[in-house]
Write a protein of this length. Structure first.
Length: 115
């Protein structure tokens, strides 16, 4: 069985506007946390979590999916072997949310891994 999509993320130059837009459009519960720089966790109602937050730099706004995997380094190595590039090494998330990493596919699309 393949690895499931476990999380989706929208980043925006105007995160508050994006949070309101997606909450109203899809009836998602969006809970912004000032302690996380205004990043909001999203409850889509279907069991797949999400987040909407500020883009880290100009031009970095977009949509990203995260696959649930057991071995971040192993999947980053596989991605590189298939022509991808590491962007963010395995990194701890706050609280009990686990760890994540990000790579790009051969076309430059950013994809997240979550363990």
């Amino acid at each position: 069985m393949g690895k499931p999509v476990a999380f989706s993320e929208v980043t925006s130059a105007d995160a508050e506007r994006a949070q309101k837009f997606y909450a109203e459009l899809f009836d998602w519960k969006v809970d912004a946390d000032p302690a996380m720089g205004g990043y909001a966790l999203v409850d889509t109602g279907d069991g797949i979590g999400g987040g909407i937050g500020p883009a880290a730099a100009p031009g970095e706004a977009g949509v990203k999916i995260y696959m649930r995997v057991g071995d971040l380094d192993g999947y980053l190595d596989r991605a590189e072997g298939l022509g991808g590039k590491r962007l963010v090494p395995p990194t701890d998330l706050p609280g009990d949310f686990g760890r994540f990493a990000i790579f790009t596919d051969p076309d430059g699309n950013a994809v997240g891994l979550w363990a």
